[in-house]
Design a protein around this ligand. Sequence first.
Ligand SMILES: NC(=O)c1ccc[n+]([C@@H]2O[C@H](COP(=O)([O-])OP(=O)(O)OC[C@H]3O[C@@H](n4cnc5c(N)ncnc54)[C@H](OP(=O)(O)O)[C@@H]3O)[C@@H](O)[C@H]2O)c1
Length: 330
Amino acid sequence: MTKAYLLNKTEQNVSGEVVELPFGDLPPEKLEVAVLYSSFNYKDAMVVRGIGGLVKNYPHVPGIDLVGTVLNSTDDKFHPGDKIIATGWHLGERFWGGFSTRANINPEFAIALPSNISPRTAMALGTAGLSAMLAVMALEKNGLRSNHDLPVLVTGATGGVGSVATLLLSKLGYAVVASTGKTNEVKYLEALGAKEIIDRNELLEPSARPLEKQSWSAAIDSVGGATLSHVISRLALGGSVACVGLVGGTQFSSSIYPLLLRGVNILGIDSATVPNSTRILAWDRLASLDLAVPLEKISRIAGLDEISTLTETILAGKQKGRIIVDPNLG
Ligand SMILES: NC(=O)c1ccc[n+]([C@@H]2O[C@H](COP(=O)([O-])OP(=O)(O)OC[C@H]3O[C@@H](n4cnc5c(N)ncnc54)[C@H](OP(=O)(O)O)[C@@H]3O)[C@@H](O)[C@H]2O)c1
């Protein structure tokens, strides 16, 4: 039997519960994995609450991330005993995901877990960490440099993506300005390396002019909406914003002037379908950065029985740091 968090849909709502399922109920796939950990991301909360039509078929096991040990494989790339990591590729949305002690997945969704990162650290990063690294890599490709006079802005800084982005940028030598709605979390953000903390309300102000005073060399934005509009008007010459999230809204507007007169770049980040070759580069870089200790401080382990509470917290914008989900707990 496998223990799993199973969602069902009625005409009224989507509801979930922890259940025991016979292995035969799992979808047949080439890779059978004993799940060590999953993690909890904003998208998991959307899936659990049935927001955005991400899941087409029920019953459904959520969990967009997993790390585990291969039990059986009919694919040449993987063998029993291999440690793998799988994130995105619509895992936990179109396909059953990681909130389960056992998962059968398409081998194309998996890459080898780098040897120098533990399964727990990998899930303290999860999709949030991968996205933060992809954002850093995209900014670097577009000219980000640590000796710039102006700092890098991170929005939604106490959240999953924001916390890891703040940590990564600081580790890599960038000066970080962290924008947050949790102004009592100054110490938390300083411990991640933020040099300055600003109230996120400042970024909700509509810009009076298309080009405001240049404030940041680049930005990693988890918020979108009016925040993104504001950020674009204050980026430095040649600056870029890596757009990761939408917690503050799905629409934004901007004058074309920042793009034409400052060469500002708006970079989309899609961690779910980024090619495996890029994922491997990103995970190798994450693994090389010695993040286990700081990640331990900003993450905690939760069991499947906490999924409902975690969903409320993250959708209310109250998430701080990262949640590792241990399906084997309890
Ligand atoms: N593109 C991708 O591949 C990708 C990958 C991962 C995540 N995402 C997206 O990125 C976003 C963040 O994900 P996450 O897992 O980091 O979520 P999270 O842990 O909930 O973090 C979001 C943070 O944003 C801030 N926030 C929340 N509501 C807000 C609002 N209404 N206005 C402004 N700020 C608000 C809060 O931080 P403060 O209190 O510090 O402001 C919150 O902690 C989500 O939209 C998610 O879907 C996209």
